[in-house]
Design a protein around this ligand. Sequence first.
Ligand code: FMN
Length: 189
Amino acid sequence: MNKSAQTSVPINPLISNRWSPRSFDLDKEVNHDDLLAILEAGRWAPSANNLQPWKFTVGVRGDEVFEKIASTLADFNKLWAPNSSAMILISAEVMKSDGSPIHTALYDAGIAASLMTMEATSRGLHTHQMAGFDRTAMKEAFDLGKNFRHVAVLVIGTLAPADLLTDALKERETAERSRKSLSQISNFH
Ligand SMILES: Cc1cc2nc3c(=O)[nH]c(=O)nc-3n(C[C@H](O)[C@H](O)[C@H](O)COP(=O)(O)O)c2cc1C
């Protein structure tokens, strides 16, 4: 199954080869060094004023953090995400300690997440981000204080065959990927 993006012009294969599967290999663990490097990639993301307004809370399958993150997921995500090897809760510092807002916090955290997906892809791993989780339950499970907002969960794992999924999930897994055209999203095309 080739899920590489069919781009209108050639782009870096690291970007075109990234996609978000739901079939992850339950027998595979993520290597400690790979996980560290993925976090390091996020650490070196650019951010407004170099504030680095993010926190990455890491759970590895089998540990308590992983179980806690998994327990907050929306039912649909609970169907597949627990088979991944690691989950990273990405939280953004939306307010400084003096109470003033960090307007770019979500943007900055998104860049960090994006770089983490690239690092993971370069290591032959697959990622899938999720915003489908219970925000109240997540806040109770991981309270980083009132200045932080939990933004997304990034799962990391090894791709498994789509056949291992239920029919409904398999249909999504094998569906053609689509995007708006460049002319729809940009004045330059
Ligand atoms: C912030 C964010 C939240 C997402 N939330 C979910 C989710 O809760 N469940 C899910 O199955 N996929 C989720 N996705 C995955 C998107 O559906 C997916 O990235 C999109 O369809 C494009 O597919 P691709 O990543 O394979 O290119 C999310 C992606 C992002 C970036």
